[in-house]
Design a protein around this ligand. Structure first.
Ligand code: SAM
Length: 280
């Protein structure tokens, strides 16, 4: 079995190698977009912004100066957005040194150095004090966590009493999987460096067990799945294909796995879970 150290090295390497290309082609947000239905024709970038807006509506009671931890911050797309739009003070952490550096550069170029900061840190064992944050924002990082319970316990520890965890994460269908479904999921795990994922129902239960109260869960699979069609289409552009191949084996694998994600949503094996939990 893969150790946590090996997994973390692979995740860091994957994002070190792929983030420049992702930013150049798709921008600073490394997450799905949100579409209201099949006829909603907005751009992927607008849909990514709308996803963040839909998420933040689920965490009322925040105000300028609220302290936010962006767990698995990528190149800081959400962190800078939340600081600019809502005036939050945001700390972002990632396993990738390349991402942390790029996030810092982006913040500087936006004049946000006093509102956001970034560091390389492990979300399972962060260096922050207990009761530090009003909001923990975990947008598509939970699927990488080697121990989901430990991750949620760490989020719980870091929140101030009354603080909210916003957790948007790749999930799997609830219940037994066929051998074919297991195989598709295993390939997605391997190509995106995911140890495993849980169903939305299992996360809901786990968050309650950790102490979050109340916990709410939503399934946004239908709202986000269009993302993969658009990303796959744009990656077929010869210039982008060339850059994918130049970026190395891990990036080529990630690009190939996009088709698996599309298949996963269509078959209902992959689901997009959004969970909120309040620290009692
Ligand atoms: C798909 S990216 C999402 C980035 C960002 N949330 C966004 O929406 O643009 C996943 C992020 O999770 C981070 N990550 C994965 N495992 C982590 C861990 N154990 N500790 C900290 N960050 C982690 C990766 O480094 C990467 O930045």
């Amino acid at each position: 079995m893969q150790t946590q150290t090996t997994l973390h090295k692979q995740i860091a390497q994957f994002y070190d190698q792929s983030s420049g290309l992702w930013e150049a082609v798709w921008g600073e947000h490394m997450h799905h977009g949100y579409w209201k239905g099949p006829h909603d024709a907005k751009s992927p970038k607008q849909a990514q912004i709308d996803l963040m807006e839909e998420l933040i509506r689920l965490a009322p009671g925040l105000s300028p100066g609220s302290r936010v931890l962006d767990m698995g911050c990528g190149i800081g797309g959400s962190s800078t957005y939340l600081a600019q739009r809502y005036g939050f003070d945001v700390t972002g952490i990632t396993l990738s040194p390349v991402q942390a550096e790029r996030a810092g550069e982006r913040a500087k170029s936006l004049g946000l150095e006093s509102k956001v900061n970034f560091q390389v840190a492990n979300a399972l064992e962060t260096p922050f004090s207990t009761h530090s944050f009003d909001l923990i924002w975990s947008l598509e990082s939970g699927e990488h966590m080697a121990d989901k319970k430990q991750f949620l316990e760490e989020c719980y520890r870091l929140l101030k009493p009354g603080g909210t965890l916003l957790f948007a994460t790749w999930c799997c269908k609830d219940g037994a999987l066929t051998a074919r479904e297991e195989k598709i999921l295993a390939e997605i795990y391997r190509m995106y460096h995911l140890p495993y994922v849980l169903s939305i129902e299992a996360y809901d239960q786990l968050m309650e067990n950790v102490g979050f109260m109340p916990v709410h869960s939503l399934d946004w699979s239908r709202e986000v799945e269009k993302f993969w069609d658009l990303v796959i289409d744009s990656s077929l552009n010869p210039a982008i294909l060339g850059r994918i191949f130049q970026s190395g084996r891990l990036v080529v694998q990630g690009a190939l796995a996009m088709r698996l994600m599309r298949q996963g949503y269509r078959r209902g094996i992959v689901r997009y879970g959004v969970l909120t939990g309040v620290k009692a």
